[in-house]
Every structure is written in structure tokens, then in C-alpha cells.
Design a protein. Structure first.
Length: 341
């Protein structure tokens, strides 16, 4: 059994002071302020139950607890409750937990779990059957469009389809992976101390947000955060995925590939805005927006198309100076003017 633990590291409200709260909750207050540098203590907390823990920054972790369930003689929900209570008691941080027989199902479960209640997937077929095919890992817009064009618009219909049919539609390798995932099979292991394959960040609104400008400001904040983290870690990403969470707790996710692997904040922002525009939200009530940088690779091996535009070169030089200032004075030392206003 795999637990996916999502720590609720909410970003601080504008103008909020870090001095609020009881003095004994100092570390918890910092964590609720979205400081992902304090994620390791929470990972260490999980490691007290099982050594097989894989961090998924900025606020998630996967834990293989099959041995822990036998050792502590507890059910997955009971063990999750102990973890939740200890996180609250030691760090003042609440968490949402999903459990499933593999990482894919655990991640899907945590996306639907409510705070204080662990969602355990005991019957993968029943859990997956009525979900849209786009909910499966690895199914992007193009693949979903192809499958829906042949009537395979739900996970259950994909699972019932012959493997050969899926392979003819989307290719041999992709077809087999899709067929297995639709049947609740995920062969991805939980790897302790694994290098991150993606980086993610999220912004929640204090109330249902319908203002497109405020939504774009949240996206700008996310691209600045992820861009800084990528450059600090010497990485670039190949694609961005934007997830919009609505007032009814449903979500929509869309991803697009960048023209070239990059960690340049301006390029990330332009693509994130394009994906956001493609949602056509209009007056939709949005509760939160998440951004995930995918396909991470080392920056030293990334190629950059030279540009004759001096504006781009100037922006990259300013970005390098801003990164040095943030490293010395903190992440909010340099901000875009629209975020600082």
C-alpha cells in the first residue's frame, strides 16, 4: 500500500506577518507560509514509519507502507491518522492523504481526499471506471482527443478495449501503458532520495475567484517561483502543466511543451498564460491554480536558440542579478512590479 501525503503548505496572505501565532508554533507557521525548505523535517517524520519515502516537492511525498502496516498492525487509514496527528502536533501542519496499491492511484486519491479524511482505494476498477480518460497519468490533450474520437472517453471503456486496438490508435508502447493504467496497474516504484522528475507549486485564493487578472497574477507568481527554483538547482523543464481547481472541488489540467527546454521565467510565464487562456474560464469560480514544470533535465546539457533580440538578452541578465539578490536577501527581495504592488 502506498500513501501519498500532501502537506498543506498554504502561501501567506498578502501583508501577513510571520510573527503571528504562538511562539511554540514557529516552525509550523513557517511551513504554512509555503517555505519548501522546511519540507525535509516532514519527510523525516514519514521516515519514522517506513524507510521507503520519496519526496515530491514542494509539498508532497510518497511512502511505501506495506511493511509498516504489518509492523504497527494498523490499517492504511489508521496509520494515516497517526501521521496526520503527528504532523499537526510537531509542526502545526495539516495534511491530506490518499492511499492506493500503487503511486498512480495514491496520487489520484489524494487529489480527491478531504482534509482530515483519508481516501483509500480498495477497488481500483470501481474507483477508475467512470473517470474521464484524461484523468490517467500520461494522457495529454492530443491522446485524450484521439481516444474520445473513437468513443473511449472514460477509463472504464479504455480498460474494456482490446490492447491491440489501443496500440493501433496511440502506438505500441503508449497503448500498453494506457491499457495497464486504465486497469489500475502502475509499475512505477517509490524511490527514496530520487531526483525530482517535476517541480510544482500552487496558489489558493481566499474566496472563489472569477477575476481573470487575479488568476493571471497567481500564475505570474507561480512561474517566478518555479523559474527561480529551476535556476537555483541548475535545471530546465520541457513542459508546463496548469491545473485549475474549481469551487466544486473538480479540477481541469492542461499541459503544453515549451519551444525549447528552459528555466527562463519570461518563457514560462508566456506559456502559462497561453494555457490559462485555452481554458476559456470566463466567469468560472476558481478556488486555486497549480503549476507543474515537467521533463526536468540538467541546464548544462540544454541548448538555447540564439536570438538577435537585445531585449531577451537583457532580460536574462537582469534575471541572473535578481537571482543573486534573492539568494542573499530572500525570495521576495526582487519581484515583478505587478506582484509587489
Amino acid at each position: 500500500m502506498i500513501l501519498c501525503v500532501r502537506f498543506r503548505l498554504e502561501p501567506p496572505a498578502p501583508g501577513a506577518s510571520g510573527a503571528s501565532g504562538a511562539s511554540g508554533r514557529g516552525r509550523g507557521e513557517a511551513l504554512r507560509g509555503g517555505d519548501e525548505t522546511l519540507l525535509p523535517p516532514l519527510i523525516d517524520l514519514l521516515a519514522e514509519f517506513t524507510p521507503v519515502v520519496e519526496a515530491a516537492p514542494p509539498h508532497e511525498a510518497l511512502a511505501d507502507v506495506r511493511g509498516a502496516l504489518r509492523y504497527f498492525d494498523r490499517s492504511p487509514a489508521e496509520l494515516a491518522s497517526v501521521i496526520r496527528v503527528r504532523a499537526l502536533a510537531l509542526y502545526g501542519v495539516d495534511c491530506v492523504i490518499g492511499a492506493g496499491p500503487n503511486p498512480m492511484l495514491a496520487r489520484m486519491a489524494v487529489s480527491e481526499a478531504r482534509p482530515g479524511v483519508t481516501l483509500v482505494v480498495d477497488d481500483p476498477a470501481a474507483f477508475l471506471r467512470d473517470r474521464p480518460v484524461a484523468a490517467l497519468d500520461g494522457v495529454g490533450r492530443a491522446t485524450a482527443r484521439t481516444l474520445c474520437g473513437y468513443g473511449l472517453d472514460s477509463v472504464g471503456r479504455v480498460a474494456d478495449a482490446p490492447l491491440a486496438v489501443l496500440q493501433r490508435l496511440v502506438g505500441a508502447k503508449t497503448g500498453r501503458e494506457l491499457w495497464e493504467r486504465a486497469r489500475g496497474i502502475d509499475r512505477t516504484p517509490v524511490v527514496p532520495n530520487a531526483a525530482s522528475r517535476s517541480l510544482a507549486a500552487e496558489r489558493s485564493f481566499p474566496r472563489d475567484e472569477t477575476d481573470r487578472t487575479r488568476q493571471r497574477l497567481a500564475l505570474l507568481s507561480l512561474t517566478e517561483e518555479l523559474g527561480t527554483r529551476l535556476r537555483t538547482e541548475g535545471q530546465v523543464c520541457r513542459a508546463l502543466a496548469v491545473t485549475v481547481r474549481y469551487a466544486d472541488r473538480s479540477t481541469t489540467t492542461r499541459s503544453r511543451t515549451l519551444p525549447e527546454p528552459t528555466a527562463h521565467s519570461a518563457a514560462l510565464t508566456a506559456l502559462a498564460y497561453a494555457v490559462h487562456d485555452s481554458f476559456g474560464l470566463q466567469r468560472a469560480r476558481v478556488r486555486g491554480i497549480a503549476l507543474r514544470a515537467e521533463g526536468l533535465a540538467g541546464a548544462e546539457g540544454a541548448a538555447h536558440q540564439l536570438s538577435l533580440d537585445p531585449t531577451d538578452e537583457k532580460a536574462r541578465r537582469i534575471e541572473a542579478v535578481a537571482d543573486k539578490a534573492r539568494a542573499k536577501f530572500g525570495p521576495r527581495a526582487v519581484l515583478p512590479g505587478s506582484l509587489a504592488a
